[in-house]
Write a protein that binds this ligand. Structure first.
Ligand SMILES: Cc1cc2nc3c(=O)[nH]c(=O)nc-3n(C[C@H](O)[C@H](O)[C@H](O)COP(=O)(O)O)c2cc1C
Length: 207
């Protein structure tokens, strides 16, 4: 039996995926959603209240996680719903036709919470789900994790600070700290170690 390791997902990391679901009239929906790998057969997702994805998952207690890197599919499924011919069917579920891999997941637990952040309080559902079938559609499958990109961005800002004036350097320092927050949220231990080294270099520079 395949597990999440077979599609490159590591425990503790958050991956950017596109989740496909359906409503009561079997209308398919797709939306980018971060999926945390909790173990070889368990995932957790945080859903903001009010999205179609949240309504569909609460009603059906099932969803499909599509693993792909196609930028247009991410844009299309954020701004609206992809056209019907972009979906295919696997048993009773819909997945994205040109995905690299996908898996179905069955909800085990739903916890509703209120989270306070810069935008004020917002309602979130924490959904824990068990992974069922994993289907690999292409030779190369690499789930998208943002940590390495955040580290690269931080390094670019750090190296540009050498030639930046004082005000620009302050802006870059803020951007490096933003990248650090992304790494804490989505990265693994190696990413966090790398980011800490960047922060140390930044602090030594500030002194
Ligand atoms: C890369 C990316 C990751 C996202 N992750 C989440 C997430 O983890 N939880 C969530 O509720 N919304 C997330 N969103 C926002 C939803 O995708 C967005 O609100 C979408 O329009 C919801 O569509 P729906 O109403 O069709 O479900 C993410 C968006 C992007 C671009």
């Amino acid at each position: 039996m395949r597990n999440l390791q077979s599609i490159g997902m590591e425990k503790g990391l958050l991956y950017e995926t596109i989740i496909t679901t359906q409503d009561a009239n079997r209308k398919p929906n797709a939306a980018p959603i971060g999926v945390i790998c909790r173990g070889v057969n368990e995932v957790v997702i945080y859903l903001h209240e009010g999205s179609q994805t949240s309504r569909n998952i609460k009603a059906n207690r099932r969803f499909i996680v599509n693993i792909l890197k196609d930028p247009l599919r991410f844009v299309e499924s954020t701004l609206g719903t992809p056209p019907l011919n972009h979906f295919d069917q696997y048993r009773d579920d819909f997945y994205l036709k040109d995905t690299d891999a996908f898996f179905s997941a069955t909800v085990k637990d739903i916890k509703d919470i209120v989270k306070k952040d810069d935008l004020g309080p917002s309602k979130l559902s924490i959904i824990t789900a068990e992974v069922d079938d994993i289907k690999i559609k292409r030779d190369q499958v690499e789930p998208l994790n943002r940590a390495i990109f955040a580290i690269l961005e931080a390094l670019i800002y750090l190296s540009r600070m050498e030639i930046a004036d004082k005000d620009t350097a302050t802006i870059y320092s803020g951007k490096i700290r933003d990248m650090s927050r992304i790494v804490s949220r989505v990265g693994g231990s190696e990413h966090k170690k790398a980011m800490n080294t960047i922060l140390e270099a930044l602090e030594n520079r500030d002194e």
